[in-house]
Design a protein around this ligand. Structure first.
Ligand code: C2E
Ligand code: CA
Ligand code: CA
Length: 643
């Protein structure tokens, strides 16, 4: 039975039953408590040896006690040194087991010594022995409260002989002490048990809490990543790009100049519309892969919008080198993308702003890069531009135009010039295109492509359109039939159904048939929202209006979307006419477009005819309707004889 209990206690001391955290916590507690335990034992034993000195034999009071005390000191020092060492789990378990072992061995050793001294003393000294043994057991239990196995086994090995020895001594005082001892030890054992349970559950709870903390930290890190990363391309997103740029600018060590670049894909939207969103996603992923491969590894590259990318790069501010960088970017984006539905061709434009010339804040730099990008896009596909002082002037000019624009719409400063559309064979005028003209008293003549773009940005374009349409319809009502009016609509007008209703209202007011009005809508406008625009144009056709697809060939021409659009006329962009007589390719393209118009059963008009040679060549290719300086320049309606 006794052996069984001991074995059970030893098992309790084993690390296997507890979590490693509890073992380490126990071990840490023992490191401070075990030296204290030996100190108690040392002081108690020295005092017992002192009271028995010269009464008991020297070998007991000097040599045995010295041996026991040296053992105590050695063990205490050993444990004290553990403070500075690192232990593995196995080593900690081993030391804990050794503590149980030593608690018992030393307990037996000291008890034997005390019982041997007992026989030499009088009643007072015998009481000291009883006191020594009982207080030592209580000391052991308290100091080893974190290791119940050691506390209990030591109280058994020391306490049981103590109780037996003193209850059988026949001395009533010792019998009373033994009974008190049983009570106190029983209560202490119970306290140890509940304390130990609380201790290990606190440690376990702490561990669970730590685990939860770690998981929370991990989740936070994941959230942080998601909040700062573009899900599709895994590049930084707009938010983290802005943070990065702001941090870089706030960094006091940031003295060198650097470049902020914006890249915008040209012709990406049609990819989504024609090939589907999955293909669009694949193009974006491939674009990011190409850019990553091209650009240095340590730069900030982000996707800040649908098809907009941004970069911050520590780079030489030499314009030639930046142009080279822009060229590299636009070249990799121009290479075709292989999709399941076929090859996709897009391009990319870049705008660069150099810190600190172009600005000192993130907003300034981004605005300037955006301006340069806008300039690049308006020049040609796949172009890159660096923001310069001339652009600064342009910005100022634009804001002047913007200001003037808001004031002049109401004062009706906007007028119309007309450019005839003729039958190339006869030179007869078949229709007239209305072109907006704006003469500002201070700013002079402002070209329409400039102010229309600004008016679109500021949202004032609707007012301009309606006011010009009113003027144009008044004119049209005076023209002989079947002359028609061709009127340009901007993207804002097309998207806004309300504007279209207002246009129809103006027409009805003047009693003009809608079949005499052709709306020119550019290919780029159509591509901005293929689905919506084709619905709108279909509605306009149902109202009786004609639709011309303007500037065809200047945008992201993809013949594959043409069948989705509703239009009556296709206007071939003047860029194809420009060097028609020297460029076989342009001739081929014009021929193909003419064949396409025939198969779609739509008519075709060629713009920008400037010479007889061009006219003859176009006639030979099969074009009839033409427009250009060769026939007429845009002018006041009074300049033309309309019969
Ligand atoms: P667009 O619709 O392509 O108009 C034709 C432009 O080409 C006109 O420039 C015209 O003057 C010019 N042009 C005509 N024949 C020739 C030629 O033989 N050679 C050359 N090099 N150019 C020629 P403009 O009047 O400066 O208009 C520019 C653009 O502004 C127009 O291009 C059109 O997109 C836009 N626009 C003009 N008026 C309006 C308007 O009332 N509303 C809207 N939304 N846009 C307008
Ligand atoms: Ca036009
Ligand atoms: Ca045009």
């Amino acid at each position: 039975m006794f052996i069984k209990i001991l074995k059970y206690l030893m098992r309790l001391a084993d690390g296997g039953a507890r979590s490693p955290q509890v073992v380490f916590a126990q071990f840490n507690e023992l490191i401070t408590k075990v030296p204290l335990l030996y100190a108690i034992l040392l002081v108690n034993s020295l005092s017992l040896a002192y009271t028995h000195y010269a009464i008991a034999p020297d070998y007991l009071t000097i040599y045995v006690s010295a041996f026991l005390c040296v053992t105590c000191v050695t063990r205490a020092i050993r444990w004290y040194r553990f403070k500075n060492l690192t232990f593995s789990l196995e080593q900690a378990i081993h030391q804990i087991r050794m503590t149980v072992f030593f608690a018992n061995v030393m307990g037996i050793g000291f008890s034997w010594w005390a019982y041997t001294l007992y026989q030499y003393g009088d009643f007072a000294l015998q009481s000291h022995v009883a006191y020594y043994l009982s207080i030592t057991v209580i000391g052991i239990i308290i100091c080893l409260i974190h290791l119940p196995a050691a506390a209990w086994s030591a109280s058994v090995t020391v306490g049981v002989p103590f109780v037996i020895f003193f209850t059988t001594s026949g001395e009533p005082v010792f019998i009373a002490i033994a009974s008190n001892f049983i009570m106190v030890v029983a209560v202490l054992v119970m306290i140890t048990l509940s304390y130990y349970r609380a201790f290990s559950s606190v440690i376990d709870a702490k561990q669970t809490l730590e685990l939860q903390n770690r998981q929370t930290r991990k989740l936070n890190a994941q959230n942080e990543l998601l909040a700062n990363q573009d899900g599709l391309t895994k590049l930084a997103n707009r938010r983290s790009f802005a943070n990065f740029l702001n941090k870089k600018l706030a960094d006091e060590n940031q003295q060198d100049s650097f470049i902020v670049g914006l890249i915008d894909l040209d012709g990406f939207k049609p990819v989504n519309d024609i090939h589907g969103h999955a293909a669009g996603d694949r193009v974006l992923t491939e674009v990011s892969a190409r850019l990553k491969k091209l650009l240095p590894k340590d730069i900030m590259l982000a996707r800040i919008g649908g098809d907009e990318f941004a970069l911050v790069i520590d780079h030489s501010t030499d314009h030639k080198e930046i142009q080279l960088l822009g060229k590299g970017i636009t070249e990799v984006l121009q290479k075709p993308f292989t999709m399941r539905t076929g090859l996709v061709q897009i391009s990319g434009s870049c705008g660069f702003a150099i810190y600190p010339e172009a600005g000192n804040t993130a907003d300034e730099l981004m605005d300037r890069a955006d301006f340069a990008l806008y300039e690049a896009k308006s020049r040609a596909r796949g172009c890159s531009i660096i923001f310069s002082t001339e652009h600064e002037q342009l910005i100022r000019q634009k804001s002047q135009v913007e200001l003037a624009l808001t004031q002049s719409v109401s004062s009706q400063q906007m007028t119309l010039h007309y450019q005839p559309i003729v039958d190339g064979n006869t030179g007869k005028i078949v229709g007239l295109e209305a072109l907006a003209r704006w003469f500002h008293s201070e700013l002079g003549h402002i070209p329409p492509d400039q102010f229309i773009a600004i008016a679109e940005k500021t949202g004032i374009v609707t007012e301009i359109t309606l006011s010009l349409f009113e003027q144009a319809i008044q004119q049209l009502s005076l023209w002989p039939e079947p002359l028609y009016l061709s009127f340009n609509l901007s993207v804002h007008d097309v998207i806004n159904r309300k504007t279209l209703v207002q246009l129809k209202h103006i027409l009805d007011k003047h009693g003009v048939a809608s079949s005499r009005v052709q709306f020119e809508i550019t290919e780029t406008t159509m591509m901005s929202d293929l689905e919506h625009c084709s619905n709108i144009t279909r509605e306009l056709q149902q109202m009786g209006f004609k639709i011309a697809l303007d500037d065809f060939g200047s945008g992201y021409s993809s013949l594959s979307y043409l069948h989705k659009l509703a239009f009556d006329t296709l206007k071939i962009d003047r860029s194809f006419v420009h060097n028609l007589h020297v460029d076989q390719r342009s001739q081929g393209i014009v021929k193909t477009i003419l064949a396409l118009c025939e198969s779609f059963n739509v008519s075709c008009t060629v713009e920008g005819v400037e010479s007889e040679e061009q006219k003859d060549l176009l006639l030979a290719l099969g074009c009839t309707h033409m427009q250009g300086y060769y026939f007429y320049r845009p002018a006041n309606i009074e300049q033309f004889t309309l019969r």
